[in-house]
Design a protein around this ligand. Structure first.
Ligand code: AMP
Ligand code: MG
Length: 418
């Protein structure tokens, strides 16, 4: 198994003097500094659904591998039969799928063929069985015939050696069909990216437990673990950790040993109980990114024992937005995929908004009757809006006066891969 080189300890460092980093600059830095961290292995296409290719794949054989019949009928030499009615004797035998006709068919004869059968030597055209009448070992039909009709040429779909997929491509069910059909018996793939999720906060109660009035349920963990799974990575649940450095240290230690990247939520700013940023600071690898984004708060990035850590904001709306906007493209790269941001779709707004200059904004949104609606409140604690929404509206950094009909960029959850 090949193991890529480790990431640099200062991969998250910001250029000095920058106050609020624009989203695009932050993304460019991540794109520049991060590389794949997953090892490689060779497996059968049978086991390769969702896996990321570590090397390009070419077709090992043509598809179809031999000229074959597209219908049930009679094969003959098309050019031998012009205008008019023809009565053509059949040779003995037939060609069926997997059971080819052994001999050569003379120009003056036809042969019984079934769908999927190899086209017998001496033939290039198939007449549908519905288009002939059969009597005394002969078929009668109207000419002329179009040479090659109802037949598939060798390699007409894919010729041998065709480039099928580039390195970094994630295999879909249809791709597995193509690999099988073109004789690919093994593929070199990345090991699945393992993503650990840690929730932090003394106030967090576990789903299903009895919560006291001073507690809230841990909403980020189920949300982030599920997002990781839908993005095609392996979620590793590291549980809830109270605001205690020793326990958090232990959890980070364990997560770094089990995962390729760690997502934590909560405690990422610079307050008394912001232990995540404090701990990352001690490693000397932390960069507290103040990104010009709403919702956001600072994003604490660092390395724990060689494993990149994303210290997401605790607020569920900000945690989700930062995951989709920043952690998602990073996880793609770490997993061996290409850097890619969702294109989104420009659609007319169904809302009013006066947007300030100097930061990017993401609003919880959905499309109804071809127009983009946004959630009634921009309150970043309103997790109900995340669920109400079917995606996000992305408003660019400049000031903008939006009225109904103004084109806005809608990025659906499915564009993000959810
Ligand atoms: P923090 O970043 O730790 O200051 O948290 C910001 C806000 O998000 C606080 O109101 C927290 O209670 C809340 N919060 C933090 N973690 C979670 C979580 N896992 N689930 C739901 N809310 C959270
Ligand atoms: Mg907290």
């Amino acid at each position: 198994m090949t193991q890529p080189p480790p990431l640099k300890n200062d991969c998250f460092a910001l250029p000095p003097g920058v106050e609020w980093t624009p989203v695009d600059e932050a993304l460019d830095l991540l794109n520049e500094r991060l590389t794949s961290v997953t090892g490689q292995e060779v497996i059968s296409p049978m086991a390769a659904l969702g896996r990321v290719l570590a090397a390009p794949v070419t077709a090992a054989r043509a598809h179809p591998p031999h000229a074959n019949c597209a219908v049930d009928g009679y094969a003959l030499t098309g050019a031998a039969f012009g205008e008019g009615v023809h009565e053509v004797p059949l040779v003995t035998g037939r060609s069926a799928a997997g059971q080819p006709f052994a001999g050569r068919v003379p120009d003056t004869h036809a042969v019984r063929v079934l769908t999927g059968a190899n086209l017998p030597d001496g033939t290039d055209t198939v007449i549908l069985q519905e288009d002939v009448s059969l009597q005394d070992g002969k078929v009668a039909f109207h000419g002329p015939l179009k040479t090659g009709s109802n037949a598939r040429k060798r390699g007409e779909d894919v010729s041998e050696g065709t480039a099928l997929f580039p390195s970094g491509h994630r295999l879909t069910p249809a791709d597995l069909g193509l690999l099988a059909a073109t004789g690919v018996s093994e593929v070199s793939v990345r090991k699945p990216l393992r993503v650990a999720v840690i929730s932090t906060g003394d106030e967090l109660a576990e789903v299903g437990s009895a919560a006291s009035p001073d507690q809230i349920y841990d909403a980020n963990r189920p949300m982030l673990l599920a997002a990781i799974q839908q993005l095609g990575y392996v979620p590793i649940d590291m549980g809830r950790i109270p605001d205690q450095r020793a326990l958090l240290t232990q959890a980070l230690q364990e997560a770094a040993s089990k995962a390729d990247v760690i997502l934590t939520s909560g405690g990422a700013s610079a307050g008394d109980e912001d232990h995540m940023s404090a701990l990352l600071n001690e490693t000397g690898t932390m960069a507290l990114w103040r990104i010009a984004i709403k919702p956001g708060r600072p994003l604490a990035l660092g390395m724990w024992d060689g494993t990149p850590v994303f210290g997401l904001p605790g607020n569920p709306v900000a945690a989700m937005v930062c995951t989709l906007v920043f952690a998602r493209p990073v996880m793609r790269v770490l997993a061996g995929q290409s850097w890619a941001l969702p294109a989104g779709t420009m659609l007319p707004a169904a809302f009013h908004k006066s947007k300030k200059a100097g930061r990017r904004e993401y609003l919880r949104a959905r499309v109804r009757n071809g127009a983009v609606e946004v959630f009634a409140s921009e309150g970043s604690g309103r997790i109900s809006g995340l669920s109400w929404a079917e995606g996000l509206v992305e408003l660019s950094d400049a000031a903008q006066e939006i009225t109904p009909g103004t084109p806005v960029k809608f990025v659906s959850y499915s564009d993000f891969g959810l």
